[in-house]
Design a protein around this ligand. Sequence first.
Ligand code: AMP
Length: 403
Amino acid sequence: MMKYLIINSGSSSIKYQVIEIPTETVLATGLVERIGEGSGRLKNIAFPGSDRELTTVIEQPIADHSQGMMLVIAVLTDQEKGVIADTAEISAVGHRVVHGGEDFRRSTLITPEVISVLEQNIPLAPLHNPANLDGIRVAREMFPAVPQVAVFDTAFHQTMPRRAYLYAVPYRLYEQYRVRRYGFHGTSHRFVAGECARLLEKPLDACNLITVHLGNGCSMTAIENGRSIDTSLGMTPLEGLVMGTRSGDVDPALHLFLKQNIGLELEEIDTLLNKESGLKGLCGMNDMRDIHSAAAAGDERAALALEVQTYRNRKYIGAYMAVLGRVDAIVFTAGIGENDPVTRAESLKGLDVFGVRLDPEKNNEHAGQARCISRAESTVRIFVIPTNEELAIAREIADLTSE
Ligand code: AMP
């Protein structure tokens, strides 16, 4: 039995899980928030067996990631509510890393060389990669004797062909600065694709799929014979679908318009498109549950936001059907994709002519597990498959450390 610590380190937070392999049991899950701010907070939920849940909340200033990680270790090894006796029980640490650039086509064991490549990739993800590197640095200090594995959001999409990843801008920008589309959410797309292959009872490398990740961040991937051949997020996680607070596709000339007519600076435009746009920009809310309640109560903007988002989804599904030709299944995942039958139905509207037949009853059932929601005669099957990035990372560690 192995216990892995999975870490997702953000600029002011550390999300983590302890997972036991091969049983794939979650022993503890938690979040350290507001690191470096006045009032820090840690919430840990331990699952010591027989459906028991023990919650610990600690509120105190947390100066940096080191201190945050020390708190995590303290709760995990707590005599009463802990799930490990000491840190030696952790046999590997997995890190979610947002941007691996073109250097990583798959997960990798972290070495000093890997860290220096990640540092070189900071310009591609200036907000995320430094925070991921903080998590790696601290974990290497605290767990010096165990393998540390980096799992990249971008790696799954490194199989995209040039025609899909190049922007039609001067080629030298790609050559000199690696300006291109990378795609993100790769761990999630890959995970649900694997689960879907299992449900289809086919090897993944024989499956053509469209995976639709709709959460606060949203993206869609065209998967041909198990490999990503196109995806909606681009050089940064801003392109493509309408997201919670991110615009997705806009005319690139919008920047110039906003600067010339409103006097916005580039950084302000960046904030506007990343944090004040998407569903929030259209109707003032970015939580889909609030948007549905508001739309049901007659809020026209909320209804409009839903319409704009699902229309964009439909356009991308159609585009990816054209790219793939044969499609075995469309898979919905993440917060909205897993839980919102209205979004699923609207996103598939009008696709009947392409053999996509949703079963309204199955679509409306509420169930936490993977399931098929298409009619028997649908030539393209439709699935809802819960994503689980932490488990995907744990499986990557198991694969890498057994090689
Ligand atoms: P994620 O980023 O995957 O955690 O997804 C967050 C999004 O999922 C938010 O917009 C939530 O409002 C949405 N969500 C979560 N539960 C539901 C639900 N039952 N119905 C509709 N949307 C939901």
